[in-house]
Ligand binder design. Sequence first.
Ligand SMILES: [Zn+2]
Ligand SMILES: [Zn+2]
Length: 415
Amino acid sequence: MLSQIKDLAAKLAPRLIEIRRHLHSHPELSGQEYQTAAYVAGVLSSCGLQVKEGIGKVGVVGELQGDGRDARLLAIRTDMDALPIQERTELEFASRQSGLMHACGHDVHTTVGLGAAMVLSQLGELLPGTVRFLFQPAEEVAQGAGWMVQDGVMEAVAGILSVHVFPTIPAGVVGIRYGALTAAADDLAITITGESGHGARPHEAVDAIWIAAQVVTTLQQAISRTQNPLRPVVLTIGQINGGRAPNVIADQVTLLGTVRSLHPETSAALPAWIEQMVAGICQLYGARYTINYRHGVPSVQNDFVLTQLLESAARESWGSNGVQIIQEPSLGAEDFSVYLQHAPGSMFRLGVGFKDRHNYPLHHPLFAVDETAIVTGVVTIAYAAYKYWPSTPIIVAVQRINPALSQPYSLRPIP
Ligand SMILES: [Zn+2]
Ligand SMILES: [Zn+2]
């Protein structure tokens, strides 16, 4: 079956590149992927899938029915949105929308999802279970997954797979990560309220700027002394506002920041920890405070069994040179984690790097991909889907025997 999947994908390659270039030329902002969604729905319908549009506001769902031997439903998720970036690649299929660009490779993700639907629908045999293809909007603003879930896309889903391109991995190679792949990204807003006064008479005032400076410094130092160094926390205050004049002591300062962590327990404990620090400092110097801590998307924790499925599909397809085990997670965020609150899943990194020229990072106006990676992505995900049903029961049994295998993350000792 693998050779059949590879043949189908190879035959479809010109069409897939055409689809990807069309999507790349016509980027749309998060939550406004109307043309993209209509295009996706058209391709899915032409493959004979049952298609629903307007799911998760602008998302599309396509179902490839299985023969009913297995009730477990597998979801494959890709995202469709572009970024407010002016493309500078000068490719013939560069963005035709001024100020908008597919600079995160979501055009490739959408193409890989469509390619997998094309391949799996042409296998000439029904799969034991149903594959539900999710094309979500608004990943870049970390909203689309929540909208899709609210509209019920995770009902009956037993497992979910996804993909993100990665320019530092060469095309032809698949990056596999066990455990934490991305971080929880939370928003933090702190307001320090003091007492205004003359800049020459600080003892008659409560200086909110100085106290805010203590808060920023203390939070950074306290991370290194009170947080487990093997459970990273990054706390960045990216914006400070306060003060009215050089010779007037500020009575109010707001601090805005982002907080990243990899372990769900860390993320859960952070609001109370931050408040403890801020309250202590404010009490010491007579200021008041408010804290607004908003949990954003959680960390993506790749499921062991489904990561193993992706790895074995990639190894069989591309050999061991075509698989790279990723040792470190990223502190970036990815709303794929929202689906993982409803079913286990795994996201792999699809290498799209050119071997013979400089590769620009994601979100860069010169970001480009080696399009040969599209077939790599399609075969990997289609073959993993094909293997999903027979392989799962065996591994589930192993998992029961050894609970360590289901640990959500593994920390390797630092040599
Ligand atoms: Zn992005
Ligand atoms: Zn992205």
